[in-house]
Design a protein around this ligand. Structure first.
Ligand code: NAG
Ligand code: NAG
Ligand code: NAG
Ligand code: NAG
Length: 184
């Protein structure tokens, strides 16, 4: 059986969306007959940003995206047997993007019945996970950080514009969205 290969990346830094990364399958096998890459435990299907070197030893991703995040493995063959590497976890910093507030607004409005509770949930795609803050009618609600803003026992004064801002604390990039809450 070949010795277990291992995967290295040509970067020691944080990897940010749109960087170019090169993953190398390192092997000491002298009688190498083939290399197969895996992503999330399935045979890797190359996307249009990925290229393999002629012997499959290096995988170049240019530019790298958040959807490339996950566990990579490589498997090497000699004439007798095959051996698979441990997982290499690729973490690409990206986002926040695709922000939304739930429950699904209708015409940018969410209704709450007088005296009932409403939990507004903010979601955005990001690596690392986004940090959320809320504004109501343009004023920061510092006590309401976290991705959920709860209105308890809604009264008429709770109506207004609720804005969620998601921040990526590595890149400091932010994205916001607003909904109008109406009390009925
Ligand atoms: C990794 O290799 C690619 C392609 O050669 C290069 O563009 C990139 O700058 C390299 N990254 C680092 C951190 O050396
Ligand atoms: C990566 O490139 C895309 C397309 O050009 C751009 O929209 C995006 O903002 C870039 N991401 C970063 C982190 O620069
Ligand atoms: C950045 O955000 C992540 C995920 O929310 C968190 O685990 C981490 O501690 C934060 N880092 C800093 C420096 O605030
Ligand atoms: C937001 O502004 C509207 C219109 O001025 C007001 O009726 C409402 O009470 C405000 N909501 C909050 C939560 O301050």
């Amino acid at each position: 059986k070949p010795m277990k290969p291992n995967i290295t990346i040509n970067s020691t830094d944080i990897i940010i969306e749109n960087d170019t990364v090169v993953l190398t399958c390192n092997t000491e096998e002298k009688d190498l007959r083939g290399i197969q890459w895996y992503f999330q435990n399935n045979k890797l299907i190359l996307n249009d940003r990925m290229t393999l070197s002629s012997n499959n030893q290096t995988l170049t991703i240019m530019p790298v995206k958040g959807e490339d995040n996950g566990a990579y493995q490589c498997e090497v063959w000699n004439p007798v047997n095959a051996s698979k590497s441990d997982s290499f976890n690729l973490t690409v910093v990206y986002g926040p993007e695709q922000i939304r507030i739930l429950p699904e607004p209708v015409n940018d409005q969410i209704e709450v019945t007088f005296n009932e509770n409403l939990a507004l949930e903010c979601q955005a795609n990001s690596e690392p996970p986004a940090q959320y803050t809320w504004q109501v009618n343009g004023s920061s609600m510092s006590e309401n950080s976290g991705n959920t803003y709860t209105i308890s026992q809604a009264s008429w004064e709770h109506a207004g514009t609720y804005t969620c801002t998601a921040m990526n604390n590595v890149t400091n990039a932010t994205i916001s969205t607003s909904v109008t809450v109406t009390v009925i």
